[in-house]
Design a protein around this ligand. Structure first.
Ligand SMILES: [Zn+2]
Ligand SMILES: [Zn+2]
Length: 328
């Protein structure tokens, strides 16, 4: 099979020919139809997430068809379309796993980071962590649901019942979560990079009440904010516009350092929290909700061998919606 491989952080991915991966007793072998390109992939390439397996096939938003299955696989059949998310393995017995918080498992393994991912024509995954993909989405349109959608959804849940939500960083996750929040009847204030008028227009098309630069004030106070941009300086920025009792949720896996700020902007029972990974329950809930809420994804598609180009476009903020590799 053809695959794009990372040999070492800091180097571009390389197109290689590999034997088909081995399918363990509890694994499915998927013929990959599409794989999303996520900001986390950039953090891995840049060495900001410092413990990848190497060489690594990145990619943790995999949509594919079951081509073979291990002898213990009973959940899925040959030909079924599945999605593979970031969470690829947990221990099942630590204090996190046994209290419904498998996203925090110390032994967790992650697709496209500590396990090989979907920048390839085939991928293997443990059946226990795969999800059936809802009807009505092409492979490419479904791929961003698996991380941008899932982890964005977890962040939205962490924002509580906030009526007015600020979303900082209008990329793949924001374009999905804005639609969910709008469908739930909330008001969304979308913050983009300075001068990104195309991004602001896009946010409004998806249901945002207001859109503007991340350094400007929203038209009214917010009850919660979600930060998808990996910029630590946005934490005090968001806090300043968040009402008493409100939460600032940091949804990214890596962020630049957070500058100091006066206690007065945290006072009033405001809180700051992060979102780490996902549980399988998040996946089941979100993938059931997405078609009900009429969530549409806007994707920019690239061929497998164009993965480096897709990543650079994402780095520049030059993608509207989500970047996705399609294997044809
Ligand atoms: Zn991701
Ligand atoms: Zn565990």
């Amino acid at each position: 099979m053809r695959a794009m491989v990372l040999d070492a952080p800091g180097s571009p991915l390389r197109l290689v020919e590999l034997p088909l991966p081995e399918c363990g007793a509890g694994d499915v072998l998927l013929k990959v139809g599409a794989c999303g390109v996520c900001r986390t992939d950039l953090h891995i390439l840049d060495g900001e997430l410092s413990k990848p397996r190497l060489p690594l096939i990145p990619g943790h938003e995999i949509v594919g068809i079951v081509a073979a299955r291990g002898e213990r696989v009973e959940r899925f059949s040959i030909g079924q379309r599945l999605g593979v998310p970031w969470l690829g393995h947990t221990c099942g017995h630590c204090r996190y796993c046994s209290s419904g918080r498998e996203n925090l498992c110390d032994e967790a393994r992650f697709t496209g980071y500590t396990l090989n991912g979907g920048y390839a024509e085939y991928a293997v995954a443990d059946q226990r962590y795969c999800f059936p993909i809802p009807e009505g989405y092409s492979d490419a349109q479904a791929a961003p649901l698996l991380c941008a959608g899932l982890i964005g959804y977890r962040a939205l849940v962490a924002a509580g019942d906030a009526e007015r939500i600020g979303i900082y960083g209008f990329g793949a996750a924001a374009h999905i979560i804005t639609q969910v929040a709008y469908w739930q009847g909330r008001k969304v204030f979308a913050f983009t990079k300075r001068g990104d008028t195309a991004g602001q227009r896009f946010a409004k098309e998806l249901g945002a009440t207001w859109a503007g630069d991340s350094t400007t004030a929203p038209p009214e106070e917010m009850d919660a904010a979600i930060l998808f941009a990996p910029v630590g300086a946005l934490i005090p920025e968001a806090l300043r516009h968040t009402a008493k009792g409100g939460t600032v949720v940091c949804a990214g896996i890596h962020m630049s350092d957070v500058p100091g700020f006066p206690y007065s902007i945290l006072w009033g029972e405001r809180s700051i929290r992060s979102i780490a990974n996902l549980t399988r329950r998040d996946g089941e809930e979100f993938l059931a909700l997405a078609p009900k809420a009429g969530i549409r994804t806007e994707v920019a598609t690239f061929q497998l061998e164009q993965a480096n180009e897709a990543l650079e476009r994402l780095r520049k903020g030059d993608i509207q919606g989500a970047a996705v590799l399609v294997m044809s």
